[in-house]
Design a binder for this molecule. Structure first.
Ligand SMILES: [Zn+2]
Length: 179
């Protein structure tokens, strides 16, 4: 086989692998009810007002924890974006109503979507982080910045649940067991 041929076989293989990866991400996205791992938009610098309430209404300590985590992740070659930050009560209510329709019962819906009274997004105390490798990075290193994954079924959802460098509490199974 010539070098050229080898190269084109390699290209084909690479394309197939990328295609499969995209397919996997696509399937995953279909299962993700609210928070999302898919985020291509850069999150702006949060050390100053951004003009976007989804960032500006987050707890300032959470904002700076994200900033520090993002800088550290970048040094590891991993990109972090906030795919969902602060949400209005009305927005959360719509998400919950949609979940009721999708899951058929309050019990099942509540495993995935909090009511406006429960949601830490509404109080500005939660961020969803993407893309997938970013969420995995924060799952591994987040405690250095106080960021902990809250629910076992939401790998993208983080809250300040420990002091920087501390230990994260055990994850809750899902949102239905919260408080
Ligand atoms: Zn979330």
């Amino acid at each position: 086989m010539t070098t050229d041929r080898l190269l084109s076989v390699r290209h084909l293989l690479a394309a197939a692998v990328i295609g499969l990866a995209l397919l996997a991400v696509g399937c995953k996205a279909a299962d993700v009810p609210v928070g999302t791992l898919l985020g291509s938009d850069e999150t702006p610098d949060l050390s100053r007002p951004t003009g976007k309430p989804e960032f500006d209404r987050l707890d300032p300590v959470l904002r700076s924890a994200f900033q520090e985590a993002r800088a550290a992740a970048e040094r590891d070659g991993v990109r972090l974006v906030i795919t969902s930050g602060w949400r209005s009560r009305a927005h959360q209510e719509r998400l919950y109503e949609d979940a009721l329709v999708k899951y058929g019962s309050p019990e099942e819906a509540n495993r995935w979507v909090a009511t406006p009274d429960q949601s830490a997004h509404v109080t500005g105390d939660a961020i969803d982080i993407g893309p997938t490798d970013g969420a995995i990075w924060v799952g591994q290193h987040g405690a250095e910045f106080g960021l902990c994954q809250t629910f076992a079924n939401e790998m993208w959802h983080f809250e300040l649940l420990t002091t920087p460098g501390g230990t994260c509490p055990e994850m809750l199974t899902d949102g239905s067991v919260r408080r």
